[in-house]
Design a protein around this ligand. Structure first.
Ligand code: NAP
Length: 488
């Protein structure tokens, strides 16, 4: 396999040369004069280019994936994932630099993301070796028989995976590796805002020995690439992570096939009157500002018991001052840019609109290009756009509630149902939240985003169909159960 062509080997202050990458159809680079330019959201410098695919490449990628091949054994799949893991360990810093350069995320966040990806490699390799079958004895009822029923999992013939910009590596790896682990070929359509990390990962997997038919990566206009892929009846599963609007379009367009939707969130951090105040302040700041607030599970609403609201706000503002935004390549920068200037303008605007409705900005609120200051807003009305819809950036709107029932009502009041964090030491409160919050996850004394890469993860309502991801659950998504029985 050819190495990516390096156009310029100038470090430009962040260690990333301009990269000329390509879409791939089953290991083959696409020849085309249509180039997608990827620019830094921080200073608009060219970070890389990607050769774009067209609709004929979609057909080629589907045909290549479906050509009958000898299935990979468990050991072969494990060996590829393990080799890829080792290659990745040597290139973590390179990946972190690319993530930061193309997304504007602070380099400390990009490095954290590579640590998570390392875990996904580990768990996918381990899970490949686990037997996934079950055995049911049939002589266990009065009308039973001397038989046994067995299950085994078979890979789906072809998966299409469509990913968002906000974790350029982790969103992609959470789909591709579980598919490889079960032996399902993938056509990947990453975000056009952050394609470079995704393509570098694909190249790394080819280098680790992944048969080329197992993976293609296509960038190009939505009507030529993503839409035909979603609709094609030869595709057995579409696994999508992204916005609610696009997720619902996909649900309608996909037709008779499996659809996995991991969509937006509007997660609360609920701080009860008995909370450990320092913990609450720390979790609120980490949850709202990490990854520039661009996590599906970022804290997008801080709900505080009215008895402790004033004390919390005073301490939280002091903490929030530490989350200074700036040059993403500086290791001291806590908050990088959001994905682009229009996204920052949206955030600035949604803050202004909430102020018009009576909210007060007590820290931040200003924007420069794609840099949005870490912003603390109090007295946010319950019907302000900022808290009704998902605000994907470093905003910390604070609202108060009078008791646990009010907190639950407020928390459940949006269309979303992804995750939640609760700060309390009261077991009765904790149990009531677990039972009554309409969300996919309830984390007690943690941020909503807490997870390990193999645990089930995903939301309900507009956040998803209740089908979970995480390495183990995603492996189930990319395979189906075959049942057989034998006389015994
Ligand atoms: P997006 O605009 O929905 O885009 C996601 C992907 O869908 C991109 O690859 C995009 O391609 C593609 N796409 C756009 N239109 C399409 C269409 N008509 N058919 C098929 N694919 C299409 O989302 P985003 O702005 O990148 O990501 C942010 C959103 O993702 C937030 O709402 C966030 O909460 C959510 N998210 C959810 C989770 C979760 O696990 N629940 C995790 C992370 C992020 P282009 O780039 O070419 O437009």
């Amino acid at each position: 396999m050819e190495n990516s062509e390096i156009l310029t080997v100038e470090a430009q202050g962040n260690g990333v040369a301009v990269m000329n990458l390509s879409s791939y159809v089953a290991g083959g680079k696409i020849k085309s004069d249509k180039l997608l330019e990827v620019r830094s959201p921080y200073d608009n410098r060219l970070v890389g280019t990607v050769t774009q695919a067209n609709s004929s490449h979609v057909q080629q990628a589907i045909e290549a994936a479906l050509k009958s091949k000898t299935p990979l054994t468990r050991y072969e799949r494990y060996s590829i994932l393990e080799k890829a893991r080792n290659l990745f360990l040597n290139r973590k810093e390179e990946f972190a630099q690319i993530i930061s350069a193309e997304s504007g995320l602070a380099i400390r966040e990009a490095r954290y993301e590579t640590g998570r990806a390392q875990d996904v490699f580990l768990f996918a390799a381990i899970e490949t070796l686990h037997d996934d079958g079950e055995v049911f004895s049939c002589d266990i009822t009065p009308h039973g028989k001397a038989r046994k029923i067995f299950t085994l999992r078979e890979p789906l013939p072809l998966a299409v995976c469509i990913t968002p910009f906000n974790h350029p590596l982790n969103q992609v790896i959470h789909k591709i590796l579980p598919a490889i682990a079960v032996g399902t070929p993938v056509i990947l359509k990453p975000s056009e805002k952050t394609p470079l990390t995704a393509i570098k990962l694909v190249e790394l997997l080819y280098e680790a020995g992944l048969p080329h038919y197992m993976l293609s990566v296509l960038l190009g206009p939505t009507n030529e690439i993503a839409e035909p892929l979603v609709k094609d009846p030869r595709v057995s599963i579409v696994s999508f992570t992204g916005s609610v609007a696009v997720g619902k379009l996909i649900a309608t367009a996909a037709g008779y096939k499996k659809v996995i939707l991991e969509l937006g969130g509007n997660d609360p951090l609920i701080i009860m009157e008995d909370a450990d105040m320092d913990k609450a302040v720390f979790l609120a700041a980490e949850g709202a500002f990490r990854n520039s607030g661009q996590r599906c599970t970022a804290v997008k609403r801080i709900l505080v018991h009215e008895k402790i609201k004033d004390e919390f706000i005073k301490k939280f503002v002091e903490k929030a001052k530490e989350y200074i935004c700036g040059d993403p390549s500086d290791p001291k920068t806590m908050v990088g840019t959001v994905i682009d200037e229009p996204a920052a303008e949206y955030l600035e605007n949604v803050v202004k609109k909430s102020v018009e409705k009576g909210a007060k900005v007590i820290l931040g609120g200003k924007r420069k290009g794609a840099l949005m200051e870490s912003t603390v807003i109090i007295d946010v009305p319950r019907d302000a756009d900022m808290v009704v819809h998902e605000s994907f950036g470093p905003l910390a709107p604070i609202m108060s509630f009078k008791d646990i029932d009010d907190a639950i009502k407020l928390s459940n009041s949006t269309a979303y149902g992804l995750s939640s964090g609760i700060v309390t030491n009261n077991m009765e409160y904790a149990l009531k939240f677990v039972k009554e919050l309409n969300v996919g996850t309830v984390n007690i004394n943690e941020v909503p985003g807490y997870r390990i890469e193999r645990s089930p993860f995903g939301g309900i309502k507009d956040s998803g169909l209740g089908i979970k991801e995480g390495v183990i659950e995603a492996m189930k998504c990319f395979s189906y159960v075959k049942t057989f029985s034998l006389p015994w």
